[in-house]
Write a protein that binds this ligand. Structure first.
Ligand code: SAM
Length: 802
């Protein structure tokens, strides 16, 4: 067995060598860890020796701290800080003074550091454990690796937070549940309570030299050494004494309006004795607060608060130095390889999250004033048809809609079916959940029909300011139809009718259905087709690189990410006045071929469109290059809404958009025209269809094979663009073909850009380019309700004039 374990040691040392730790440093730490983990190599080898690496880092830090402790050895009779802190927690007068020889009446827990400095209670330091035989200490209701350890009621307790607890021996390692209790007892006395938590530290009880430790009836537990790994815990409500070591600098999150969100007593030196009448810390100068990060508008801040007067040698370090130290540690221990990793950014994000979560939490506790506030407080509803039960989640704004969080409200479901045959499409729960409404849709149907579970999962109801007829003060609302797949959430709202969203699968990128021939081959991208020698941002080059070739040697985008005027103007004109630009006619049109069962029909002509070509993987520029816009995805705030004038769902912007701004790409299944035609004939009664032909370059080639004549169908799989309605002639969006992955123009991206400045809440529209008299067009003919003065649907115009 020995050689096997030797080779394990060797491998561990080699793994640590990468991080600059020599064998001499690694071995003692490894020995400790083996002791601690009861020689369980798996725990040490897991995640590429991360436990070992962390121990090494801790050990280094601990050595440094001990060094400075030794230099600062306290006076003989001076009570050690940690001891008195512990004692004040226990409210145990006999511990108020340090007594090196504990009696039967005194607290029985002792700490032993390598410096042999005795301190009763606990420490937030990490201590060497070399040559110590570790034994399990007692834990009440401790659950480790599925095993439950119970101890007698007589065991005194101390609460631990939801945390990791590392014990040696007897299967005692694993997560500790929030109600786990540490069993520590004063001899002959009652329970002790000291849930002292300090983040990212180890807490260790050393009872080796204490005869009075009562852990269990088993005397062998006397003198045990117990270690808690308190990583990632927050400082909790602990009545700390003011004898806090100066190095314990708590981190606090607070709204910057001055009202602190943490409870002051939670921070040891901010408890009442330390506050003056105005609630400020007594004797704490302004220098005791050091800002770290804040939310964008400064509503929430993270800062260090320290006690400048408590130690003469504590000098607040520069924030840079602290961050550098932390970043170094984190990059090492968590193997963060992202070059741009920034702890500061992480903190800023933390502030933003704090703000968002706080805002939502507040909204959840307030009665609804109107739709605005409700938007931040969507209610999740789920109907269990089998049991005729209704469940709701009071707030799913954080995106979680777990069944376990739902509240069952079945007794309150009204008896809808009693008054006739109704089709309940959605239940609605008002804000406080006391009233529930059923929305009815089709009274002719006999079955109680509910939306498909995938629709119901995050279907929610919001209260409106003005109630609309039929829907008592409510609207149908989805928090995010993308299911988190886009950078920004895209909500959906219906304030006008009972219509709910038909099931479709949201996909952020095109996917091939079956027969379409789409191949992204790096080998097909020639040097003329990419800019492998570029770096950073191609738009900043004096002479545009090869990627501008497609657009006549000039990039299509401005440095501000908008389309250049000339290019945009040309694309708009091509859409509005196709005759001016001339159509090309296929010898053997794939579109006609698909309609006529492989027999060629007469081509109706296709526009030869201008392509944008974006830089891609083979290019040398960065992801932030200005010639990469569409591939970065949706960057504006959008909402799907029920239109008022019979067009069904539509898409609107929630922010002002400049002319030439990219909105979104049309995403769907990549299908051949044959496949599309088959689909359309099979689903003839579908009200809405969502195909877009990829015919921008059909004219430039000879006869296209079926698998090369493609289109995008967003009927079952699609993104938000499937909700963009048609407007004749003066639509505010224009579609432009974009080449990204392949120079082969059979497949390309269809991107929408604004044709003019669009105001927030305006509907976004696009001219489908359909001929309303052509009933064989893939987009099924509809009565146009675009409302444009230039509407091409003559019948619609006539209807409107009547
Ligand atoms: C791509 S979808 C647009 C989203 C669709 N309104 C919905 O509710 O899902 C195209 C369908 O929307 C409807 N539509 C789009 N523009 C319209 C318009 N101007 N007038 C009437 N219906 C329109 C037609 O039924 C068309 O087939």
């Amino acid at each position: 067995m020995a050689p096997k374990s030797n080779s394990k040691v060797k491998r561990a040392c080699e793994a640590m060598q990468v991080f600059g730790y020599t064998e001499e440093i690694v071995k003692p730490v490894l020995r400790n860890l083996l002791n601690l983990y009861n020689k369980n190599w798996k725990l040490i080898e897991d995640e590429n020796y991360s436990a070992l690496l962390e121990s090494l880092i801790d050990s280094e830090e601990s050595k440094e701290r001990q060094k400075s402790l030794l230099e600062d050895e306290p006076e003989e009779n001076e009570p050690p800080l940690k001891k008195s802190r512990f004692c004040s927690q226990l409210n145990h007068s006999s511990l108020a003074k340090h007594d090196p020889s504990p009696s039967a009446d005194t607290c029985t827990l002792e700490l032993q550091s390598p410096s042999k400095q005795k301190m009763a209670g606990f420490t937030t330091e990490s201590y060497e454990t070399e040559d110590v035989e570790l034994k399990p200490f007692l834990l009440k209701d401790y659950q480790g690796k599925g095993k439950k350890q119970s101890f007698s009621e007589s065991s005194p307790v101390s609460t631990l937070p939801n945390d990791m607890v590392v014990f040696s021996g007897d299967n005692m390692e694993g997560p500790c549940n929030p109600s786990s209790h540490l069993t520590i007892k004063e001899k002959g006395d009652t329970s002790l309570s000291y849930p002292a938590l300090v983040p990212k530290r180890r807490l260790r009880f050393d009872c080796r030299e204490e005869p009075n430790v009562v852990g269990s009836s088993d005397a062998s537990n006397k003198g045990a050494l117990v270690e808690y790994d308190l990583s990632d815990t927050m400082p909790l409500k602990v009545p700390f004494s003011d004898n806090l070591p100066d190095s314990d600098v708590p981190l606090a999150v607070a709204p910057s309006d001055g009202s602190r969100t943490f409870e002051r007593q939670d921070l040891e030196f901010l408890n009442s004795e330390h506050l003056d009448t105005e609630g400020n810390e007594k004797g704490v100068t302004s220098s005791s607060q050091q800002d770290i990060a804040s939310s964008q508008k400064g509503e929430v801040k993270i800062f260090f608060v320290y006690k400048p007067c408590s130690s003469s040698d504590f000098r607040p370090p520069s924030l840079d130095a602290v961050l550098k130290r932390m970043e170094g540690k984190y990059i090492k221990s968590y193997r963060i390889s992202q070059p741009g990793f920034s702890l500061l950014r992480l903190m800023e994000n933390l502030c933003e999250c704090y703000l968002t979560a706080g805002t939502k939490a507040k909204a959840a506790n307030e009665p609804l004033a109107g739709i605005e506030s409700q938007k931040q407080h969507p209610v999740g509803v789920r109907y269990d048809a089998a049991n005729h039960e209704l469940h709701f989640a009071p707030d799913i704004s954080n995106g979680s809609f777990k069944l376990s969080n739902l509240i069952k409200v079945s007794p309150q479901i009204p008896k809808f079916p009693a008054s006739g045959n109704r089709d309940i499409v959605c239940y609605m729960v008002n804000f406080n959940g006391t009233k529930i409404y059923g929305a009815e849709k089709d009274k002719t149907k006999k079955v109680l029909k509910l939306p498909a579970p995938s629709t119901m999962n995050n279907s929610v109801v919001v209260q409106k300011k003005d109630s609309s007829p039929g829907l008592p003060g409510s609207a149908y609302y989805f928090e995010d139809i993308t299911n988190g797949q886009e950078e920004h959430r895209i909500s959906l709202i219906n304030e006008f009718s009972h219509e709910i969203l038909h099931v479709f699968k949201y996909i952020p990128k095109n996917i091939i259905f079956q027969n379409a021939y789409v191949k992204f081959l790096l080998a097909r991208i020639s040097d003329d087709n990419c800019c492998s020698h570029c770096s950073e941002d191609c738009l900043s080059l004096d002479i545009p690189c090869a990627c501008a070739g497609e657009t006549g040697g000039e990039f299509a985008y401005t440095s501000g990410g908008l389309l250049k005027e000339k290019f945009l103007e040309n694309c708009i004109s091509m859409n509005r006045e196709p005759q001016k630009h001339g159509l090309v006619y296929c010898q053997d049109c794939p579109l006609e071929r698909s309609k006529n069962n492989s027999m060629s029909g007469v081509c109706k002509g296709h526009l030869v469109r201008k392509f944008i070509k974006e830089c891609w993987h083979k290019c040398g520029c960065s992801r932030g290059c200005g010639n990469r816009v569409v591939q970065r995805g949706i960057a504006v705030s959008l909402q799907v809404f029920m239109t008022a004038h019979g067009k069904g769902w539509g898409l609107r912007t929630l922010e002002d958009l400049s002319r030439g701004a990219f909105v979104c790409e049309y995403v769907g299944e990549i299908v051949t025209n044959m496949e599309l035609y088959e689909r359309n004939t099979q689903t003839a009664d579908e009200r809405h269809t969502y195909p877009v032909l990829l015919d921008a370059d059909w004219g430039s080639e000879g006869v296209l094979k079926d698998e090369e004549a493609l289109c995008l169908d967003a009927t079952s799989y699609g993104n938000v663009a499937r909700f963009i309605n048609h407007r004749c002639y003066d639509a505010n969006l224009v579609e432009i073909p974009v080449e990204v992955e392949t120079p082969d123009h059979h497949y390309y991206h269809v991107a929408f850009f604004t044709t003019r400045k669009v105001n927030a809440l305006e509907e976004l529209t696009w001219d489908y380019g359909i001929d309303f008299t052509d009933h064989s067009h893939p987009v099924k003919a509809f009565k146009c309700c675009c409302g444009s003065e230039l509407c091409r649907d003559i019948k619609s115009l006539k209807r409107a004039r009547k």
